[in-house]
Ligand binder design. Sequence first.
Ligand code: PMP
Length: 420
Amino acid sequence: TRAADPGDDVAARRADAMGGTVAPLFYDRPLQIVSGEGAWLTEASGRRFLDAYNNVAVVGHAEPTVVRRVSRQLGRLNTHSRYLHPEVVELAERLVATMPAGLDTVLFTTSGTEANELAWRLATEVTGGTGALIVEHSYHGTTRWMADLSSNEWPPGHLPEAVGTFRAPIAGRDLGVEATTAMVRAAAQEVAARGHRPALLLADSGFTSEGVHDAPASYVEGLLAGAHAEGALYLADEVQIGYGRTGPGLWRVAQSGVVPDLVTLGKPMGAGYPIGAVVTRREIVDRFAERWEYFSTFAATPAAAAAGNAVLDVLEDRRLPERALVTGAHLAERLRDLSAATDVLGDVRAMGLVAGIDVVDRPTAHRLLQALVAQGALAGLTGPRGDVLKVRPPLVWDETHVDHFVDSLARAVDDLSVAR
Ligand code: PMP
C-alpha cells in the first residue's frame, strides 16, 4: 500500500477504479482524512478540521472505550451470528430498555438500509399490503425497494406505483392531528387508485433529508393514526436522528410521545462498525416467523455488538444526550444571531445537536460549504433543493466547538461577499 500523501493521486485512482460520478465524495476538493480524535479530523496534509457533520462518530472519533472493547473482541473471536453470544444478547436487551413500552424484540442487520428493508418485509407479511407511504424528499436506503421509498433520490419521472407521498412538517405550522391524518389517508387513496394497499408508513423522525424539521407531536400522532386507519404499520426511521442527538430518551419518536410499530437504527450504532437493527413488537415478528426465517451473516457479530454496547456505555457515562440539549441550545442561538446579521442565511431549524440553516439559494449554499471547509469546519447540505446547510456533529461537542464552528461559518459568509 502507498503512504497517505496529500500530493498523491488518490482522487484520480479512485475515479479510475471506483467509478467517477456514481459514488460522489463530499466537497469540491475531496478530503483524505487519516485520523480523528473526539470532534476533530486530521487530513493527510496534517491540517485539522472541526467535524460538524459526522453522526457515525456520535461518541467522537477513535473513542477509547469503543476502540478497546472492539479490539479486545476482535482478538478473541469474530464470526457469524449463529452462535450464542452474551454480548449480542446484552445489546438487544439494552436497546429494548430504551424503547417505548411494547417494542420488545430486536432483529439485527448490518446497515440502516437493511433495517428498513427488513421492516418493510415484516410489514408486507403482517398486513398483506403491497404499498408504502413516505414523506416527500425522504431518504431510507439503497436497495431496490428502499430506492423506491427514497423520494429525495428519485430521478425525474421516477414515480413508483406502489408508493404514495405526503408533506413533511412545515416550520411554525401545526396542522393538528386530524388534518395530518387526512393528509396521510389522501396519499393512501392515490396508492389505492394504482392497485395497492399500504403496508407501511416510513418517516425519518428528524425529517433530515427533507431539510431538518422539528415535527410537532400532533404531526407524528397524525402519521400514526393515518397509517393505522389505512391498515399500515408505522416505522420510525431513527437511523440518522436517533442515539441521543435530540436529548435523553435517545429516540426522537419517543420524545414526541408516540409509540410506533417499528423503529430502525443504524449509523451511530457501532461507531463505524457496521450494525443496524429493527425494534418491534413480538407479535409482528411471530407472525413473520410463521412462514419465514431471518438470518444475516454479519448482523451483530460479537465485535459489532461490542461496539454497540460500548457506544451505549459512552452515551450513558458521559451523559452525551443531556449535553446535546445544552450545547444544541447554544448552537441554535448563535446560528440565529448569525443569520439575522446576513442576507445569505435564512431560517434556522434545530433540535438538540442537529440544525438545518436555509441558505439563500443552491449555488450560494454550494459555495458557502466550500468556503466553510476552507475555514476548517466540515458540514453538509440537505433538503429538497440542496440549499439547507446541515450541522450534525458528534455529541462530544461543547460550547467551545459551537463557537469555533459559528465563527468559521461567519468567516465563510464574509468570504462569499468578498468573492462576489
Ligand atoms: N435512513 C435514514 C434516515 C438515513 O439517513 C440513512 C443513511 N443516510 C439510511 C436510512 C440508510 O442507512 P445506510 O446508509 O446505513 O444503509
